[in-house]
Design a protein around this ligand. Structure first.
Ligand code: FUL
Length: 473
């Protein structure tokens, strides 16, 4: 049934940079600074640069480890809250240049951005707006000038940047310094110097998933009210104090639904604002030897991967290098296992061997397009056909564990609900009930064996624009 009110919802689509970012799917965070050497999570800005001395830093090892896990990019904490710069900034003495690292001649931002480029990974920067070392933090314009100068150094000196991550965290408390960030000015600088980069978290392009534990929403919408991107509110929900409890907190119940028809009703201003799920492979964001035996189990990482990348979000997984400047062997092993799982599971699409039927498809946009993973060839239904069946038939029974659906985001996000059914004893039995799809949904079904599968689209906004269907053992 066509709902007229859905028409304005499907007008909202991603920008080219948002789409590219979403297609990056899975990428890593590198938390590394003086904290690595002082065993802290939040430095207070009084740390001596002398402590920063990784003896065998090898950015290529970080990149190879990331690539082996199937990550497609890395974001580096160029400056965390402690204010120490991993590049020799001209605007402060509190940098690698004052450290013993490579006798003060080092530049970690350069080493990592070069390594990423050489190995084919995207490179992104994290620059903490909250700076506990900078004497003019809290001064208003003067601090903004300092921040923008550093931003310009990073955006002009290190090649293409795919993401600029502005953290909302601030632990100043009610009696601390108060700096009102000139966000619009920062965004203008990013747009001008790196028009392809997405501005994440406290920014207009990529939405923080509102927790650091790897929790995901069952129904993740990318079309949300414009007020969702209010940076003051995002900052308010971000970390306000250095505490483990915050890192373990999950998404709050009242924040679970951001984009259902019910929520969007009466909202005048809508935006495309896709989610990013960020968490660390260990309890902390920075490396602590005491956490060597707390590397997340493979099962948990797979779960988060399949519910983020496979839940209409991107996945940003932190892999903190140790004091030597290397990703620890335990993390390396776990990341290799994760990469192997992803490669093995999503290697062979069984839909390619099936006959696929959909009676409601528009001419020239039939189900044969579904095995081509591109937006040029899709399954489309006419406006008003908001429910349809896609049936797959195999000559001999196949084993199935995962079903992957992808919408054509150039037509917005449309699917509201669907079911997957398997042919069993002469009838179709429901094996999975799904809601949103968006960029990609990975449906984890209990392992089954069948000759027929039916994907029933039960409700979609205006019509169906399905780009891909994958069936995996
Ligand atoms: C938080 C920060 O306070 C943490 O230290 C970490 O950088 C995380 C990614 O974001 O807001």
């Amino acid at each position: 049934m066509l709902r007229e009110s859905d028409r304005r919802l499907v007008e909202i689509v991603p920008t080219a940079r948002q789409l590219k970012h979403q297609q990056t799917e899975f990428y890593g965070f590198i938390h590394f600074t003086v904290n690595t050497f002082t065993d802290q999570e939040w430095g207070d800005g009084t740390e001596s640069p002398e402590v920063f001395n990784p003896q065998s830093l090898d950015a290529r090892q970080w990149v190879r480890t990331a690539r082996d896990s199937e990550m497609k990019g890395l974001i580096l904490t160029c400056k965390h809250h402690d204010g120490f710069c991993l590049w020799p900034s001209r605007y402060t003495g509190h940098t690698v240049a004052a450290s013993p690292y490579r006798n003060g001649k080092g530049d970690v931002v350069k080493e990592l951005s070069d390594a990423c480029r050489e190995e084919g990974l995207a490179f992104g920067i994290y620059l903490s707006p909250w700076d506990r070392n900078c004497p003019v933090y809290g001064s208003g314009k003067e601090y903004d000038n300092y921040f923008v100068n550093q931003l310009e150094e990073l955006l002009t000196g290190y090649g293409d940047i795919f993401a600029v991550w502005f953290d909302g965290a601030c632990g100043e408390g009610p009696d601390g310094k108060r700096q009102v960030y000139d966000g619009e000015r920062y965004y203008e600088v990013v747009r001008r110097l790196q028009p392809g980069a997405c501005i994440s978290v406290c920014g207009p392009d990529v939405r923080w998933c509102e927790n650091e534990a790897g929790d995901t929403r069952a129904s993740e919408w990318s079309v949300v009210p414009a007020r969702t991107a209010d940076t003051e509110k995002i900052a308010g929900k971000s970390q306000q104090a250095d505490e483990t409890a915050f890192r373990e907190r999950r998404i709050q119940a009242q924040d679970m639904d951001l984009g259902s028809r019910e929520i969007l009703k009466g909202e005048e201003d809508l935006i495309w604002y896709p989610a990013e799920v960020n968490t660390s492979i260990r309890p902390g964001w920075f490396y602590h030897s005491a956490e060597d035996d707390q590397v997340k189990p493979l099962k948990e990482l797979i779960y988060i991967y399949e519910h983020s990348v496979g839940g209409n979000a991107t996945f940003l997984l932190n892999i903190p290098p140790d004091r030597n400047g290397m990703v620890h062997p335990r993390d390396v092993r776990r990341l290799h296992e994760l990469g192997e799982y992803i490669r093995n599971t999503y290697d062979k699409n069984l839909a390619e061997e099936a006959e696929i039927i959909c009676k409601d498809a528009m001419e020239g946009h039939g189900p044969e397009n579904l095995t081509e993973d591109t937006y040029e060839a899709c399954l489309l239904t006419p406006d008003g056909v908001t429910a349809c069946d896609i049936v797959l038939e195999w000559k001999t029974a196949v084993k199935i564990r995962r079903v992957v659906l992808k919408e054509n985001l150039l037509c917005s996000q449309r699917i509201e609900s669907y079911e997957i059914q398997a042919w069993r004893d002469g009838t179709f039995c429901t094996v999975y009930r799904g809601t949103t799809v968006g960029y990609k949904h990975i449906a984890a079904v209990n392992e089954l064996e069948t000759t027929r599968l039916r994907v029933r689209i039960l409700d979609t906004r205006v019509s169906l624009a399905l780009a891909f269907l994958g069936i995996y053992e």
